[in-house]
Design a protein around this ligand. Structure first.
Ligand code: MG
Length: 279
């Protein structure tokens, strides 16, 4: 298998077959998927979806659990709506993560990833204990399928993430590192953060973005290479820590522009890999 094979993050939904064909024709060998909408998880569409994926020959490396009612409008809205943090939806979202895990397992993916929401800085916060318990339950469910659970980075500093992973205490809890999120949420330099979470690194998103312009706001996402991540130094650092897993391009827009950005990012990453002698 190639070192750092290139992938794309695809949402399952409108014209999935067409978008899948485009990334297949472009030569991507891996992909991450988002949790399919409910109607795609019911038969016969569930089987049709799995057949499409199998026929593409593209390896599914991860399925991202996303939850109904989430909004990324600004930092306060993220805090109140995203992931497993909001107490009132926590139980239902744990169960939904298990549904997502079953689908992921059927596609051959080795992990499920998620933004679990803001991890409280204070260990004595009751939501901290709630999150630890929720993540343990999900990890244990995945462990029975020999899968792991990956925390998507961005909403907290790397040191807090490291502490939280230790407190959960499950070997199949890992990290999907998104350098753009660290910048867009203003949580720290992604290259320094990468060194902190390196022992748990399972996947990465190749995404770009800008630092927030004001307190309480999120920075804007950018086409890969046009933001403030510094994608060359990011890939060089990945090489430096011995990462060999997939580079999954993420672009959080839809339509033809997303596809064009996938293709441009693929070209850019191929050049960076060649420059760094990554084969
Ligand atoms: Mg991401």
């Amino acid at each position: 298998m190639a070192t750092m094979p290139l992938g794309a993050m695809l949402s399952v939904g409108d014209d999935f077959a067409g978008r899948l064909r485009r990334i297949q024709e472009a030569g991507f060998s891996t992909m991450q998927l988002s949790r399919p909408p409910d109607e795609w998880l019911e038969e016969p569409r569930r089987s049709e979806l799995k057949q499409l994926i199998a026929d593409s020959g593209i390896r599914v490396t991860s399925v991202a659990a996303i939850y109904a009612g989430e909004s990324y409008a600004d930092i306060e809205t993220v805090r109140s709506t995203v992931g497993l943090l909001p107490e009132e939806t926590r139980s239902a979202r744990i169960e939904d993560t298990k549904l997502c895990a079953d689908f992921a397992h059927e596609t051959g993916a080795s992990n499920v990833s998620s933004h679990i929401g803001y991890i409280p800085e204070d260990r004595a916060d009751c939501d901290y204990a709630g999150l630890v318990s929720a993540v343990r339950e999900i990890c244990d469910y995945l462990q029975r399928r020999e899968m792991s659970f990956c925390l998507e980075t961005g909403q907290e500093p790397a040191e807090l993430l490291r502490q939280f992973i230790g407190d959960v205490g499950r070997e199949n809890l890992q990290v999907n590192f998104d350098p753009a999120n660290m910048i867009m949420y203003g949580t720290g330099d992604p290259i320094e953060a990468l060194a902190v979470v390196a022992p748990w690194l399972r996947g990465v998103h190749c995404k770009d973005g800008e630092w927030p312009k004001a307190e309480g706001q999120l920075g804007e996402e950018r086409t890969l290479g046009q933001g403030q991540v510094g994608i060359e130094r990011f890939i060089a650092k990945l090489k430096g820590i011995g990462y060999q897993g997939p580079l999954t391009i993420e672009r959080e827009i839809a339509g033809e522009r997303q596809m064009q950005d996938f293709l441009a990012a693929k070209k850019l990453l191929e050049q960076v890999k060649a420059d760094l002698g990554i084969g």
